[in-house]
Design a protein around this ligand. Structure first.
Ligand code: SF4
Length: 246
């Protein structure tokens, strides 16, 4: 134990400070679309966007480009559609829910017909760089132990009942977070007769997170904004209103 503590003292905290650390992502990362120069940003549905090179070219032709801003979450599905005048799309939870979940949130992950990319990013949230647990957010194995679901995938017809039963197994009050283009719109599988094009309407979603897949910072940002732990007006990488872990 002493050896571990000594090693920790020597190595320091390996995790990235969030959100006031260096959140610069690689140049090829495609984040929140912005207008180019004085041109007007075209209306764009982030929930259906795959952030692909083809979409980057199309966006350039329409007067915008993908920036390095990782913030791509919204409280409502409609708010994932952005335009020049878009307000901050994530509303913090109501006070009662924040008191319950603001410092301790346990989530059951349900892969409802995904390619695995979104789950890989969710798994990355547990590594030493992102260290999701320092914010009191953890994944649990059983919906009975969870405060909510985090859903990935386009929701295949075969997974519909399993998803609904898992949702029903979570006690009230509960939260649902839809992660990735598939969960919001079907993503690249949109229109296939085998999928429902995202989380079905029977399941109320509290937070939509865009991306294909979303970067772990994108997920972290959406979760913390929903929990009311980030200043909604703070630009990415800026000091938050409330001090965060580490
Ligand atoms: S959104 Fe993209 S990465 Fe995530 S499950 Fe769908 S295809 Fe895979």
């Amino acid at each position: 134990m002493l050896d571990l503590l000594r090693a920790r003292a020597v190595l320091g905290a390996p995790g990235v400070r969030f959100p006031d650390g260096d959140l610069t992502l690689p140049p090829r990362f495609r984040g929140r679309p912005v207008a180019t120069g004085t041109r007007e940003l075209p209306v764009l549905d982030l929930g259906a966007c795959l952030f692909s090179p083809e979409e980057a070219l199309e966006l350039e032709e329409r007067g915008g480009h993908f920036s390095g801003d990782h913030r791509l979450a919204a409280t409502t599905r409609e708010a994932l559609t952005i335009s020049q005048t878009g307000a901050d799309p994530v509303r913090p939870l109501a006070d009662a829910m924040r008191r319950l979940f603001g410092r301790s949130l346990r989530l059951r992950s349900v892969a409802a017909g995904s390619c695995g990319g979104c789950e890989a990013e969710l798994v990355a949230l547990g590594n030493v760089v992102f260290d999701l647990a320092r914010f009191g957010v953890e994944f649990v194995a059983s919906p009975r132990h969870a405060d909510g679901l985090i859903v990935t995938g386009a929701v295949s017809r075969n997974m519909r009942d399993a998803l609904l039963r898992t949702y029903e197994a979570v006690g009230e009050p509960k939260l649902v977070i839809a992660v990735g283009a598939c969960a919001a719109s079907g993503g690249p599988f949109r229109g296939s007769p085998e999928v429902l094009d995202g989380v079905p309407s029977e399941i109320p979603v509290d937070l939509w997170i865009a991306g294909c897949p979303p970067h772990p910072f994108t997920v972290l940002d959406g979760l913390l904004r929903m929990l009311g732990r980030l200043d909604l007006r703070a630009p990415a990488g800026a000091a938050p209103k409330e001090a965060m872990a580490r």
